[in-house]
Design a protein around this ligand. Sequence first.
Ligand code: SF4
Ligand code: SF4
Length: 750
Amino acid sequence: MDKKICTYICTGCGIGEALNIEELSAVVTGEMSQECKTHACLCGTEGRAFLESEQKSEGINTFNICACSPRVMTKEFDFGDETITVRANLREQVIWVAGSPEEGQEESHQEWLQETASDYVRMACTRAAKTALPEPFQLESMNKEILVMGGGIAGITAAIEASKAGSKVTIIEKADVIGGKALGWAKQFPTSYPYADLEESSIASMVAAVEADANITVKTGTEVARIGGAPGAFKVTLKATGATSEWTAPKKITVDQQDLIDKGTIENPNAGLKPYAKENPDADTFGAVVLATGWVPADVSEFEHLGYGSNDKVVTNAEFEAMAKNGKLGGINSVAFVMSPGGEENDQDFPYCNSVTSMVALKQAKYVRESNADAKAYILYQHMRTPGHMELFYKGIQQDDGIFLTKATVTGVEGGTVHAKDTLLGEDLDLDVDLIVLAAGMVPTTKLENTINLAYRQGPAFLDLDLFDGYADSHFICFPYETRRTGVYACGGVRKAMNMQETMDDATGAALKAIQCIESADRGVSVHPRSGDKTFPEFFMQRCTQCKRCTEECPFGALDDDEKGTPLPNPTRCRRCGTCMGACPERIIGFKDYNIDLIGSMIKAIEVPEEDDDKLRILIFACENDAYPALDMAGMRKHKLNHMIRFIPVRCLGSVNMSWIRDALSAGLDGAMLLGCKYGDDYQCHFVKGSEIANTRMANIGDTLSTLGLEPERVRSEQVAITDYDKIPDLINDFVDEIVELGANPFKGF
Ligand code: SF4
Ligand code: SF4
């Protein structure tokens, strides 16, 4: 596209009063050599009409809007697929954070404000000049069928819901029948008002619905041998349950294991397997995968004081359910339901428990009462969780004279006696019962085995499952269902312990995500969190040194490689985070509208004044997911930010190439900060690993700066959440104070 650029400065929202617009226009028309026009309210009806007329009559196709934040008025400044819009944030991040001048500094204050605005205008003009119109990546052939792994409630629901939306679905189930654990339930929780009575299990009707659905194919006794390819074109090899296949994805081999294999001490577990980069020509093709392989009951034998495994009066909740289903509760007159292991850890639940295990205990207490009117049930809990309408079910149970509920720490089980203390009654308790039921939790199958068998460069399983206790999810808060492998959506027990109703809701969500992913791949655009993004990373392979950093650091396993280590991109797996771009030491990865040269040029567009303690320049790369909106919100609250700061929004901190920081400091900027999401156990990085990787890179750049004779304290990485808008100004202003203390960058002027 031949770009016709024009810069439009809005004088509304106080911008015209706070800034000298004539001077600002002169920056555009003078040093930036671009056309510039102003308007009193660009986002209003007249402003929009003016811009549309510019598009029509002047042929403008690249609009550089210098006004409010790029996060607002996106529709107003969207002029269609064949145009580019660049934004300079003069409102939220210049005039709204300027504050009032200190006494005696009125003139300087105005000068600083104008300098800040001029820098943002320069950067936007540079971006407008450097950016290009994206051309979406199109797969050669597209398949829209969904593979559902697992034929329990989650898998069945996902299949039915996807079918209702018009998708073809194949369910694979490793057992000989579909229905999953629900086939073994005696009754299910109440699903309608007054939420008092247990209901017959609805699984049979769900199975019948699947069997009657022409859009759904069911393959029982079947597992995945391997999944290669990418969304829209997954190549899936199936195998009979338990059988081996030459296409099974290779196991990951550690350096130590490789050493032992080389010495012949152990056998190569992958011997005879096809390498991951080769595709099975006979594999089935699918557009997306729903992972609904469910959960297994947790092992409770580690709690020796409770006697599971050695005392035949002690069973788990799963075993008790089977007894109820098989009519084996006759002759049982009293049952104690132990909800927490007690012992020393007296406030803990059993691992992998949550509200579901509380409700299961209530349900099973009702079985006891329904099987024998004189029978008694005792529920000993630390935490009773009955969310939503289940509170009514709980209240109903409380009214039953034959069910006793008390908070208690179980100290031990001997024969049929349960010893407990710290009860609500304020006294120790010795309960003699016929049976003791332990509330075993629900362990996701992903914790125990790799069922997904990915033929990916980064290995066959999801990465970092330990971080999430084995749950297959990539961002519980913002993107439920999404795993760290694009196009694979988790639901039900692999994602969280949940009851039947929750599982059905969850499966519906995952099915919709799978459809959304397929449709996005078909349109050549990204899925969450950059949904609709038409760009994708492009590689200038001639200069690739096969260092493998990009293939190893991509948080989503989007890049495979060949035998030499040359990356093989899979654009429909890519979430467009740019972590590969940040990793590449050769700087050969980039997007049409976001690349090393573009951001590097924006940095160079910042004017670096001669040495002056009041005119230091500190660059902050702010992550677009949390940090940048938090900064906008700080602006909306009129929190004052130091005038020496310049922000550049980035897709993820992972996309920050350290060359930008080196170049910035070599150009005389005085400090640089990365402001992004939290990483670690309670991470909220929207690209899972980006901010963590960036932090490691920053530690290394600190060393590089030392060798250049610059203080490593001039660079910093900070983690914030979107809700930190009140804290961010102090965090930034403190960093500025530290840079001021260090003094001007000695490279200034060179
Ligand atoms: S690092 Fe991010 S941008 Fe690069 S290939 Fe992976 S998902 Fe795509
Ligand atoms: S990081 Fe850059 S140089 Fe290294 S393998 Fe990837 S593309 Fe090639």
